[in-house]
Structures are given as C-alpha cells and as structure tokens.
Design a protein around this ligand. Sequence first.
Ligand SMILES: Cc1cc2nc3c(=O)[nH]c(=O)nc-3n(C[C@H](O)[C@H](O)[C@H](O)COP(=O)(O)OP(=O)(O)OC[C@H]3O[C@@H](n4cnc5c(N)ncnc54)[C@H](O)[C@@H]3O)c2cc1C
Length: 406
Amino acid sequence: MGAQGQRLAVIGAGVAGCALVARLRQLGWPGPITLWEIGRGPGGRTASRRSRHDADLRFDHGAPLLNLAVAEPPLLLDSLLAAGALAPFEDPVALLQGETQQLLAGCHDPLVQGRLLIAPDGMDRLCAAMLQMADEGVTARFGQLVRHLQPRPQGGWLLQDADGALLGEADWLVVSSTLPAHPRSRLVLGWDEAPLRRAAAALGDARLNHALERIAAIRTEPRSNLLVVCDAAAAAAWAALPFRLLEFDAAARQRFGLSRLRILPLGDGRCTLVAHSSTVFATEHLSVYGSRSAVALLQTLPPREVEEAEVIQRLAAMVCDALEPWLTPAMVASLRRSDNRQLMRWGAAFPLPPGLPPDLMLCGLSRLAFCGDYVSGPGFGRVEGAWRSAERLAAELIDAAGVRGA
Ligand SMILES: Cc1cc2nc3c(=O)[nH]c(=O)nc-3n(C[C@H](O)[C@H](O)[C@H](O)COP(=O)(O)OP(=O)(O)OC[C@H]3O[C@@H](n4cnc5c(N)ncnc54)[C@H](O)[C@@H]3O)c2cc1C
C-alpha cells in the first residue's frame, strides 16, 4: 500500500478529534479515517444533554461557551462561523464576589477572556459541524470504547474492544484523550493498566515513553454539576437576573462551593440551569457519578440513588445560598423540586499545567500522535487549546506520513 492509502484511526470525538479530522481533510489526507468514541455522539466535554421524550430540552452541561484568547484565529473558524455552527456569545456575564455577595458586571476569569463564542444550537453541535466539514471522508463509530491497543509487527495499530475482538486496523493512530494513556483509567474504568502504557512496553520507543510519562503526570480538576429544568414561570424570573453566565471569584467558590452558573433559555419558554461545583466540592464527592453519565453506563455501576440525591440536594442548597439576595419564590421552588434535577460528574473537567509538551505530540517511530486540551500551549485546558493542538497536529501528520497535502 502506498503512502496515499494510509488508514488513520482517531480515538475521541471531542473538539480535538473532530477538528483534527476536519483539518486533515482540508489538507488533503487521502486515506480512510475512522473516529472512535465512547459517547453516543460527538462533543466530549463540549457536551449537550438532550431528551428523547422532550425535543426542546437541552443542557450544555460541559463547556457552556468557548473563548479565543489568542488573536490569530484557528484555521477552521471562518467556515464554522459561516455555517452558523458558532456565533458570538453575547449573553451578560457577571462575577459573584464571595466576601460581599455582590455582583460585578463582567469578569476576568481565563474562561471568559478574548473573543467569546457559542454553538447556538447546543455546544455538542460544534463537534458535529466539524465532522460535517470532513464530510463522508470520515467513518464515525459512536458508542464504542477502544479498550486495547496492539502495535502491529509491520507498524501501525490494532484496536480492540473489551473482549479483545478486533475493532479496526490503522497505519496511524491519534489519541485525543488522556484516558487511554493515563493511570486514572484504572480508577475510572477499572482497567488493570492504561492500554497505551502496555503497548509502549512492547514498542521500546523512547519518545513515546517520554510522552506517556508526561501524560501520566497530568493532574485534573473535577466538577460536579447540577442540572435543573425550570418551567416557564420560574424561567421568567431567572431570565430577569442581570446575567446568563455567573462566575464565582475565589472567595465565592470557597464560601458557596460553586464555580459558575449558566442560565439557558429554551425555545418553549422554559430554561435550564447548570451549576458547576467548585473543585473542592467535586473532589469530596468524586465517587458519586450522575446515574446517566457515560462512566456509570459503561461500568454498569450499581445505582447509588441515595448518595446521588444527597449531592443533588446539597448543590441545589448551595445555589440557593449563593443567590439568596436575588431569588424569588418561583426560583426557589424550581431548585427544590426533586423531579427536575440531575447530576453530572466530570471526573477530569480541566487538566492542570504542565501538560504534554507540543514537541512530544507526534511519535513518528510508533506512528502514534496525541492532541487535546492537555497539550501545553495557547488555550491549554480549554476548547481553544484542544482545537489549536489538533490543527497543529494535522499539519505535522501530513508531513510525517509523507502524504500529499492539498
Ligand atoms: C464542566 C466543564 C466546563 C468547562 N468550561 C469551559 C469553558 O467555559 N471554556 C472552555 O474553553 N473550556 C471549558 N471546558 C473545557 C473544555 O470542555 C475542554 O477543554 C475541551 O472540550 C476538551 O476537548 P478534547 O477534544 O481535548 O477532549 P474531550 O472533549 O474530553 O474529548 C475526548 C473524547 O475521547 C473519548 N474517549 C476517551 N477514551 C476513549 C476510548 N478509549 N475509546 C473511545 N473514546 C474515548 C471521550 O469519550 C471524549 O469524548 C469545560 C469542561 C467542563 C467539563
């Protein structure tokens, strides 16, 4: 097989994986690309939770927006804006000061610096739009966990499921999540060892070993998020607040146990609220997954209804405390109802620096590469970093694989 037919497998359909395949197609990667993703659709941490029974319902329960803090725009940006997949985020942002419990208009948090953007139809639609840009050149395999990775003797990779059954074969592999390489997969998924670490032992590639060491050292901040749907009467009161995105300063995080609150009006007059916990709160409640989270479904964990209800109850009480000066009875009622609330626990919401040095993204000898928000550089730990790392890797892969770029 010539260089032009080389098959690429990409693990992860978050921003990094989706931006990578979109950019590779723009650059003219000629071979087949397969994208593997545990989730039911694209999005990763730019996720939206929807309901089969309620077409209007939507929670953007991961990143509620994205920001471009570096002046030079990512290369895919114009096409995404032109397609309406991204639009300026124009909702009012405020900061809650913990010491005084007062609101300040605007905020200097790194997550709201620079150019603010939103995917108007749901944050998950950003990744979907990136995949559309790659067109039929990509086969997406959703709902599929890649459990084992075996290097082939002649180079390239075999991908296997939990039973060892072959999922696919590829000449190049890109891993856009730390999970297949990080010891936390033992905790999260109960694996005996992260698949890439086992594979690396057989490869003896010093560069890959170095990259894996750096990835293994990356620590992350968790979040426990409360998801609430409010009926039209309560939604009108929530909409009257002087913000749609509320950031908590350090004192407010400590005092109320929350880091931010997003109010999202729905098309039918209702709204959804997503309250993001502080790191400290999420760390204390790390073992309580939302029963609808991918990890709980994957591990078929026994339901922990009592603990989950307690965490939900505490988060709702924390929102009541933090917003006490502004709450109306309808708003309090919407927070106290137990049939409209869910929990989403993000075990690794934000990577902490230092991340993977960009010069270790590509391990040519092993035909393996990394991208994602955990690669250090502009936008580290945010959507911007995931996106930029993918665009950079696309150009490097075209060179390394020796394929003809457009
Ligand atoms: C609550 C929360 C709030 C946030 N707020 C902001 C914000 O305001 N602004 C901002 O810029 N960023 C924010 N972020 C961070 C932002 O969401 C991430 O930086 C970005 O989405 C990361 O994209 P990624 O593609 O690197 O990783 P991910 O989105 O994590 O994608 C990796 C994908 O790989 C999949 N995967 C992993 N292992 C396997 C496997 N073995 N087999 C198959 N699939 C696999 C995962 O399911 C996942 O979908 C927030 C994150 C969270 C959780």
